[in-house]
Design a binder for this molecule. Structure first.
Ligand SMILES: C=C(O[C@@H]1C=C(C(=O)O)C=C[C@H]1O)C(=O)O
Length: 379
């Protein structure tokens, strides 16, 4: 067959397939109405298995996987369409609409904000970027930031969530799983690490370096070039700088920010010691109540996936169907369960879109556990 003849035939098939697809979707709605009347769940695994078996039987061996995938997608779309037709409790969309209505138009310039560490911590630098006049409450651990927000002691909490060269801050992801506080703002901050020591210390004198595990992980090449130096993790990069400044020893140094050098009166022995010049950390600003400020263009959520082939793919297809770009996916083990995970998703998506709201309410309706983690702007 000539190319143009092939294409003409493909066009005819496409039209026919579209007509049949639309008819199939409409009939799905009749099935949904029947199921609702008879209190039956949307998902009927036995029926889906039977459909797949029959379809695969007819397919030539090489095409069976394609046929399976096609029918899985068809049934997934059928279920999604059915779920949307069923009047469901609009709790989540109601909450989102209320947040859109009740959140002030401008992000606050001053607030009481919790962050981990001490003066000069990268989290505190992030707080200063997010708020013009913050009252900063320093917490010893990440969890204390969540607690301060939960107890109403601080209106907001600022936490690092991910670094461009060292990856996720797992502890913060796990705390998000536990506390489920919505994210109201995001910030991408360029991080440039320095080696700080007491004034007058010679680089050759250093025998021990303190820093936070994340910062140590972001300076692996520098540390590998100095195997004689002991590396000791501590709570925070600013805590490390403070420890060095207060120490009697003259052979210790800290990996910390430039700000900490002047704050704790330390010398910069080496600057820009990060493995990559493009070293960025993403921070999140959490609050106890959902707040959605104008222009919010990102959505964060978490979901549990059942152990079924294609279950993650099914969720990702729902995002793809709306043309939503996934900017982050992370999975964290669920405590007390064997190799079962909670997935986190960050999407470029707008809660001003009715289609996105419909998707969120479909996911919130279950059957798998799902949590909306806010909609926000990332600076
Ligand atoms: C349409 C139905 O609902 C769901 C969707 C199916 C499909 O698209 O073929 C099959 C089984 C159900 O999980 C049905 O039960 O027939």
């Amino acid at each position: 067959m000539e190319l143009k003849d092939c294409r003409r035939r493909i066009d005819e098939i496409n039209s026919e397939m579209e007509r049949l697809f639309l008819e199939r979707m409409e009939i799905s709605l009749d099935v949904a109405a029947y199921k609702q009347e008879h209190h039956l769940p949307t998902f009927d695994p036995a029926r889906e298995r039977e459909i797949l078996r029959r379809a695969r039987e007819k397919a030539p061996a090489g095409l069976a996987p394609y046929v399976s995938h096609l029918f899985q997608q068809l049934m997934e779309m059928g279920r999604s369409y059915q779920n949307r037709s069923v009047p469901c409790e609009e709790t989540l969309t109601g909450q989102i609409r209320a947040a859109l209505e009740n959140t002030p138009k401008l992000f606050p310039t001053d607030a009481v904000v919790a962050c981990q560490g001490v003066e000069g911590a990268y989290s505190q630098i992030a707080v200063n970027r997010l708020f013009q006049y913050p009252e900063v409450v320093y917490c010893p651990r990440f969890e204390d930031v969540f607690r301060a927000v939960g107890a109403g002691k601080c209106r907001y909490g600022v936490l690092p969530i991910e670094n461009s060269s060292y990856g996720s801050v797992n502890e913060v992801y796990d705390l998000m799983k536990q506390y489920r506080f919505p994210i109201v703002r995001g910030l991408k901050l360029r991080i440039s690490h320095n080696l700080l020591a007491k004034r007058g210390t010679a680089p050759g004198d250093i025998r021990e370096i303190y820093s936070h595990g994340q910062a140590i992980g972001q300076c692996r090449a520098f540390l590998a070039a100095h195997p004689e130096i002991k590396v000791t993790p501590c709570a925070n990069t600013a805590v490390a700088a403070k420890m060095v400044s207060e120490s009697e020893r003259r052979d210790v140094a800290a990996i910390s920010s430039r700000e900490c050098a002047s704050l704790y009166r330390l010398d910069i022995l080496s600057d820009a010691i990060s493995d990559s010049d493009h070293n960025y950390t993403r921070f999140i600003c959490i609050s106890k109540e959902m707040e959605i400020y104008p222009g919010a263009s990102r959505i964060s959520m978490m979901a549990e996936m059942p152990h079924r082939p294609g279950s993650l793919n099914a969720l990702l297809s729902k995002f793809a169907m709306l043309g939503l770009n996934l900017t982050k996916i992370e999975s964290r083990p669920i405590l007390g369960r064997e190799f079962e995970f909670k997935f986190y998703f960050d999407l470029e998506a707008s809660v001003y879109s009715e289609e996105v709201l419909a998707l969120l309410s479909e996911l919130a309706a279950g059957p798998e556990p799902f949590e909306f983690l806010g909609s926000y702007t990332e600076l």
